[in-house]
Design a protein around this ligand. Sequence first.
Ligand code: PXL
Length: 269
Amino acid sequence: MNNDLNVIVLNDMCSYGKVSLTINIPVLSAFSIKVSPLPTVLLSNHTQYSSFCAFDLTDYLFKIVEELKLREAKFDAFYIGWLGHEKQVDLAVSIIKDFNIPLTMVDPILGDNEHLYTPITDKNVENMIRLLKHADIVIPNTTEFNALLSKPLDKKPSLDEIKNNIKELEALGPKKIVVTSIEADGKVGSLCSDNGKMSEYLQPKVPIHIPGTGDAFGSALLGYMLKGDSLEEATNKATCFMYKSVKAAKDENDDRIFGIAIEKRLSLL
Ligand code: PXL
């Protein structure tokens, strides 16, 4: 087992509010995995606050990646989340090829709770779809699942609807799919499809919304997989981690707008 793992993460960086890179880095670090962050967009705060400012870093990223090539940097996996300019799709595809990365996971960060995030447009959805051709694993929540398949966003898909449509998502590229935020029998969890073999992992519903949970789930999922778990085992463990983390956030009355204070929850991994 390689115990000196390095993951390159292409995701946004928010100064205030816990999402994206400020979640990816502590969670992957808790697995003793090194992180090479490539910030796509620099934001004052996440987009669920009433306002934010954002600065696209595309031009810098191309230069940074050229230097990483000179370093002959080695990566065991690629985690892709929030993308800015459409050129970042081309950059991501070239990184997979140029660094010969064996495992690419895409968290298609587009929306949640039956809405796209404020700055997300149809163009961003198209960009994600273009990227999916190059991904091994995709981990949409139910809103993103609908968006990627051009289905109406205003209705959360049932577990059966997701199962019936999973092949459509597979046709976009990745053969390993984990759909998060599924609900069935009053419980919440994840549906895992590994080359069409489906399994679901449900936990009691904790009735609060808190940003950053998708980022924590994805980071934990990749951490468990890189440490040797199958997609199914990793999905089960990451789903349990999120249930315990969100329950603790509710019990301890954490700030629900700021996002999941994941540093306090790493011992639950
Ligand atoms: O957690 C998803 C996410 C990522 N990045 C930004 C966000 C959000 C959710 O609100 O605003 C900038």
